[in-house]
Design a protein around this ligand. Sequence first.
Ligand code: NAP
Length: 258
Amino acid sequence: MKFANKLQNLRVLIFGGTSGLGFAVAEGAIELGAKVFISGSNQEKLDKTVQRLKESCPDAPEDVIGTYVCDLSKEDELDANIKTLLASVTDDGKEKLNHIVFTAGDDFQPNPIATADLAKFRQNQVVRLVAPIMIAKHLPQYMEQSADSSFTLTSGAAVEKPQPGSALLIAAGAAVEGLSRGLAVDLAPIRVNCVAPGAIMTELFARRVTPEREEMFKKLTKVGRLGKPEDTAEAYLYAMKDGFLTGSIIKTHGGWLL
Ligand code: NAP
């Protein structure tokens, strides 16, 4: 089973695993036999997520899911908190991680260019951009130093097709893509890639997008529907499994960019 067992018994840490894309990646990784650690900003939601994962993967062994609470929006504490988290997950580096997936993203504040507010711009980048930087800073100590290891970040297809009023959000997404390419060089042999999803029906999407815009996004695809989290999860699982993939942006948007 050269292909189906590629994640068997590997250790996968997912920032943002309590919801949306990250939750689907957790489901997929568990189905493929990995041990999964999920991180989110509050323990209650993490506990509920463990229950959801157990319901979704009833045959998984009891100890296959670990949880770690870490609020990634506290910029001043990120450096120390990320180090503590990585040390806890790995028993101080003795049980090294094989893969890290980053899908965490908070409810950004609208910040159109005409009323650009630099404080908002900076705050909008803390979870999506600054947190992955701090993870990259510390991960070499806590991951297997091998091309079989990977760190996968998240941007968005809108980086290539901005919607009106989104310039400052796009700037942050484009920075994540640039960061992932730079890290592919600096963290080698650990592989670093980035997934750029189109419109995916997650909790975030349901919260932020009106029914009219949902219809618009469906029409803009070539497949006539929104993406499902389990569609997009395949991109992250692929990034873990292809030992020759690094510095790549994986685009999964149902043809929206065509
Ligand atoms: P989601 O369902 O809202 O999930 C976001 C995850 O981020 C949750 O697990 C949440 O966990 C975590 N998170 C939020 N604030 C956090 C904080 N302060 N500290 C730690 N974790 C935090 O969103 P999604 O749709 O899966 O999106 C994931 C990423 O993909 C986001 O960056 C989003 O912008 C991007 N994206 C999404 C789409 C789409 O259509 N869905 C398209 C392109 C790009 P807790 O609530 O437990 O903290």
